[in-house]
Design a protein. Structure first.
Length: 276
């Protein structure tokens, strides 16, 4: 017999299409954003301006932005955070991770579906994550899917139907390749997501993650890093003389690794960073 509880459970299981899409974004932003530099603030603020522009300007129903930077610099997390903060009725992530094993035709169909679904909503944001992987790009050859490329080219530049507005945020670690393919010029705007390159930023990350039991212990660790040649805590944020160059994604995993050795956290941290 089906009772009222079963009915309510079933209702909970039936997620509206928009709600389900939102969960994918939630998953990507799960670990949160550490505000370790003014560049991070700048990217988030610029993202918000695009969100506001699409929401309010009737002249620009389509805005596309490319977030590019080295592997692990935080592109996906930032793109998803900007998208999610928009609170548009339609928010969707297109990710190669969810298309593993797809044929070209299946990829094209699933990308097309997201864009056509977005047409039903007055305001939409679509994150097109890791464009080169969506294109199956390999530097050997080099090879890529021309069918997916053509699909993206059309979708990235097609104005949404009357009364509909769309923000597209794409990410890539291989901007030069996108340029060669004629894709990067399609974007209205670009934001560079740099790696962590200042000790001050590292200090922020260590503080945020509470790797050390006290500020004193953290300062000692930073001093150790200074002595290892990673620049100075007082150096400006855009200091190019620093040998430090690590994506936030990797830095976070290094921190968690160092945490496993409570007796020698600072040493471990320095060692691993020196070995990069
Ligand atoms: P890949 O090149 O492999 O696609 P990516 O550049 O997309 O990597 P993410 O997958 O976004 O990098 O990984 C960044 C990780 O760092 C995420 O887990 C995110 O939660 C975390 N993070 C913490 N602070 C920041 C920040 N300021 N900006 C971006 N990500 C951050
Ligand atoms: Mg990514």
């Amino acid at each position: 017999r089906v009772n009222r509880d079963d009915f309510l459970n079933a209702m909970e299981e039936v997620q509206p299409a928009f709600g389900a899409a939102k969960e994918e974004l939630d998953h990507v932003v799960e670990n949160g954003i550490i505000h370790y530099s003014t560049t991070v603030e700048h990217i988030l603020r610029s993202g918000k301006l695009f969100v506001d522009q699409v929401r309010t300007s009737t002249r620009t129903p389509l805005v596309s932005v490319l977030l590019h930077g080295p592997p692990g610099s935080g592109k996906t997390a930032l793109a998803a955070t900007i998208a999610q903060a928009s609170q548009y009725p339609f928010m969707k992530l297109i990710s190669p991770d969810s298309m593993v094993g797809f044929s070209e035709a299946q990829k094209v169909a699933s990308i097309n579906k997201v864009f056509s679904d977005s047409n039903k909503s007055p305001l939409s944001v679509i994150v097109v994550d890791n464009v080169e992987r969506l294109l199956d790009f390999t530097p050997i050859g080099p090879r890529f899917s021309n069918v997916v490329l053509q699909t993206l080219m059309v979708l990235l530049s097609r104005r949404p139907p009357k009364g509909r507005r769309l923000l597209i945020i794409a990410t890539s670690s291989l901007r030069p390749v996108l340029t060669d393919l004629g894709l990067s010029e399609i974007f209205d705007s670009e934001l560079r997501v740099p790696p962590v390159s200042s000790l001050r930023a590292v200090d922020q990350v260590l503080e945020e993650l509470e790797l050390f039991p006290s500020g004193q212990a953290r300062r000692e660790a930073i001093r150790m890093l200074e002595q290892a040649g990673f620049g100075s805590l007082d150096a400006p944020e855009d200091d190019t003389s620093s040998r430090l160059n690590v994506g936030i994604k990797k830095l976070l995993s290094i921190v968690e690794m160092a945490r496993q050795e409570p007796d020698a956290v600072a040493e471990r941290l320095t060692q691993v960073l020196l070995g990069l």
